[in-house]
Write a new protein. Structure first.
Length: 761
């Protein structure tokens, strides 16, 4: 076994004194020298070192070699041997020694506390972040992430285990011997001694009962055949109980309960699974809140009845207090602060590879705005150097004070990366919880709804009248559905947000020596909050007050656990474009394989109205009415019978009216229009598509073959339930006469293309 002792080596020293007399000579003024007993051989085994602290009374010997690492101040890393007898220090002969024979200048020892028990000095805290390790620049381009363990492809944080080799950090003191007060001052910022008594797993032992295993049954929709659902499958992930806002929360990842049909949770060491209800899902931030109604989950005696959620937890706590030694309620975790770079963290959960709880460790590698793969949203995230394994999604991440500092949720995968895991930090977690406390739902994260460009070019800044030293980003496009669209204009220079200056690269100061994308300032607020913008317009500075909103997306990144809409017209299958739909059609490489115009709508398109959608002719089911169109698929519908199409519900209403008119004409014995339906109508249905394509079918053929197509493909209805509900509402309020919500222009036309050196906010 190995241990670690911190050495306060003098400049140029090779190690610590080899004998007690040498140690006393090195520190003649030290009060600890009088405490030294006579030297005695070290004959007992070395104690185990865990996370920078000594766990036993024995001392391991130090190796003679040392390694120097580069940091703000040079430190010496001393490897440790596994010998249980003695060591050679500084190349001299092996000399037996004891811990008490080494003065604080050599060991950094402290006076014995609590009687005769001696506590060793812990390892120094990890270095704090500096300007060299802060993130500079706008949000990075999206890279493929692998989501959490809820779907078998999820990864959860894992890192170097407690059995990994440890190293001692040698700190160079001043030339004068250290006094007791100086030694105490040097370690004033270290964790309390109470945190250093047990191993990492033993420290977390009281908190592990707060971590649960989440079992979920999923039934996802089939986006390519939207009237069907895929085969049911199961998943397991992690969750935990936390106290916030005066109530108890059971949290996990949103993708862990995505399209759930049943959710169950199991406490550590329990053989029972309890049914859980999903009360809120934040797809954008990949967090979900659950409730368990069974009071036995909260530690109550069998047969106890209580209300749901917080009421059940309170009743269970009272019943558990009266029950005596029986198992009590799960401990309630505390949310901790945002960690610093190189801070140690421990991830607890139920990853693949076993059924019991798992504890792994790592350090914080980076903190920046990152793409959340499940919600396709750019939010603050913590990167750790530990691997993320499937099943650990939703598990808590602890700091050294055993506070929860985040939720494990995804990992970066690829042949050129390793040990890149991501954690949802507590600021995002508290935003989700506060949002639910405010609205009893999830309203999402606000955005300005603008496309911006960096202004790192001197010529560009001079062209827009910026003074020397003035910084900001250039507004290039605005989402018409955002509140900021009424105040900002293209070619405005955004100088600051709520008083925080924005640099030319789109970053703002973040803690000491770090920078982060300015979109973090926006997403830290709530929908409906106000913000103050400082802009430069035509060379004039001005301040604008804007109410933040969540703008609509032309091609949504997700459907918020809703089924995809569809409409069957003869053999023509229409649906709406979404990121899950493109992934279903073209796989994980849809970003390069999907039609370029649909990708342009996805990445650069802004809707002209909140209800605008990209209606897509998904496929053509073979039948008599659609003969010759079988090769048309995944192309946007622009116009129906010469009129622009805004959304799928509007198309369904217009098709219904055209079919009713054609049916009435047939009943009267009339024939189709002699103009051949060039502009639609007259018994023909004309669909103008992107790429200058067109599909024309006869209305009477549609009426005839639609039931046949539905029977052949087991389609229960010619349109999805949400479209039927929209048509019913349109008929009820008298607006179903054909004048649906038509937006001016063509859907998706005129979409601004973001420059490659800019972004969205």
């Amino acid at each position: 076994m190995t241990i670690m002792l911190r050495t306060l080596a003098r400049t140029g020293a090779a190690g610590m004194p080899a004998t007690a007399s040498a140690a006393a000579a090195a520190c003649p003024a030290s009060p600890f020298a009088a405490l030294a007993p006579p030297p005695a051989p070290l004959t007992q085994p070395c104690s185990t070192f865990s996370r920078g602290r000594l766990l036993g009374p024995s001392v391991a010997c130090l190796a003679a070699s040392s390694t120097t690492i580069s940091s703000s101040t040079s430190s010496s890393i001393t490897p440790f041997c596994t010998s249980s007898t003695s060591s050679t220090i500084g190349g001299g002969p092996a000399t037996p020694a004891t811990p008490s024979s080494w003065c604080p200048a050599a060991l950094g020892a402290a006076a014995p506390r609590r009687g005769s028990r001696r506590r060793p000095t812990p390892a120094p805290a990890p270095p704090r972040s500096s300007a060299a390790n802060g993130q500079v620049g706008p949000p990075p381009p999206r890279k493929p992430h692998k989501g959490g363990g809820a779907k078998g492809g999820d990864k959860a944080a894992a890192g170097p285990g407690s059995g990994s080799s440890a190293a001692a950090v040698a700190v160079a003191p001043s030339a004068a011997p250290l006094t007791e007060s100086a030694a105490a001052a040097m370690f004033a910022d270290e964790p309390p001694l109470e945190e250093l008594d047990e191993e990492a797993g033993q420290q977390l032992a009281p908190y592990m009962d707060a971590v649960v295993k989440v079992y979920c049954m999923h039934t996802e929709p089939n986006y390519s055949l939207p009237w069907q659902r895929k085969r049911q499958y199961s998943s397991s992930s992690s969750g935990f109980v936390v106290r916030y806002g005066g109530r108890n929360w059971l949290l996990t990842n949103a993708h862990s309960v995505d399209y759930h049909t049943q959710v169950k949770v199991k406490r550590r060491g329990d053989d029972r699974k309890f049914l859980a209800r999903v009360i809120s899902v934040g797809v954008d931030c990949d967090i979900a809140a659950l409730e368990v109604d069974d009071p036995e989950f909260w530690g109550a005696e069998p047969g106890t009845t209580a209300g749901s959620g917080a009421a059940a937890a309170e009743a269970a706590a009272e019943a558990a207090a009266e029950a005596g030694p029986q198992r009590g309620p799960p401990p309630l975790l505390e949310l901790g602060p945002l960690p610093r770079l190189q801070d140690g963290v421990a991830v607890v959960g139920y990853p693949i590879g076993g059924d019991t709880i798992s504890v792994t460790a790592g350090v914080v590698s980076r903190i920046e705005v990152t793409d959340y793969s499940h919600g396709s949203t750019d939010l603050l995230a913590i990167q750790i150097d530990a691997a993320i394994n499937g099943g650990n999604s939703g598990g808590p991440v602890f700091n050294r004070a055993c506070q929860c500092v985040g939720i494990a949720f995804q990992a970066l995968v690829g042949s050129d990366v390793e040990n890149v895991g991501y954690v949802i930090p507590t600021p995002v977690v508290t935003h989700f919880l506060e949002d639910y406390l405010r609205t009893r739902t999830f309203s999402g994260f606000p955005a300005l709804g603008l496309q911006w460009q960096r202004m790192e070019s001197d010529a560009l800044r001079r062209a827009y009248g910026m003074a020397p030293g003035q910084k900001g980003v250039l507004v290039r496009g605005l989402n018409p559905t955002s509140a900021a669209a009424a105040l900002l204009r293209p070619d405005d220079v955004l100088l600051s947000f709520d008083g925080t200056p924005i640099s030319n690269d789109g970053t703002v100061p973040f803690r000491t020596g770090e920078r982060i994308a300015f979109s973090h300032l926006i997403t830290s607020k709530f929908v409906g909050d106000s913000a103050r913008l400082e802009v430069l317009r035509g060379g004039q500075r001005m301040e604008l007050n804007v109410t933040l909103s969540k703008p609509a997306a032309l091609v949504p990144p997700h459907l918020s656990n809703r089924d995809p809409p569809y409409l069957i017209v003869g053999g023509l299958v229409f649906t709406t474009a979404s990121e899950p739909y493109l992934q279903s059609e073209y796989g994980s490489e849809y970003g390069s394989d999907a039609p370029v115009k649909l990708l342009d709508r996805l990445y650069h398109g802004f809707p002209k109205s909140a209800d605008e959608e990209v209606v897509v002719l998904s496929q053509v089911l073979a039948c008599d009415a659609t003969l010759g169109y079988e090769d048309v698929y995944n192309v946007q519908l622009l116009r129906f019978n010469g009129q622009p199409v805004t959304n799928l519900a509007q198309l369904a209403e217009r098709v219904r009216q055209a079919l009713q008119q054609a049916s009435a004409t047939e009943g009267e014995g009339g024939s189709g229009s002699s103009d051949g339906g060039a502009a639609g109508g007259g018994g023909f249905l004309r669909f103008d598509l992107d790429y200058n394509e067109m599909v024309v079918v006869e209305a009477r053929d549609v009426l005839r073959v639609t039931p046949e197509v539905m029977r052949a493909h087991s389609i229960p209805h010619d349109m999805s339930p949400d479209i039927r509900a929209a048509l019913a509402a349109s008929a009820a309020d008298g607006s179903g006469s054909g004048s649906g919500p038509v937006a001016a222009g063509v859907s998706g036309a005129g979409a601004a293309v973001a420059p490659s050196n800019g972004g969205r906010a």
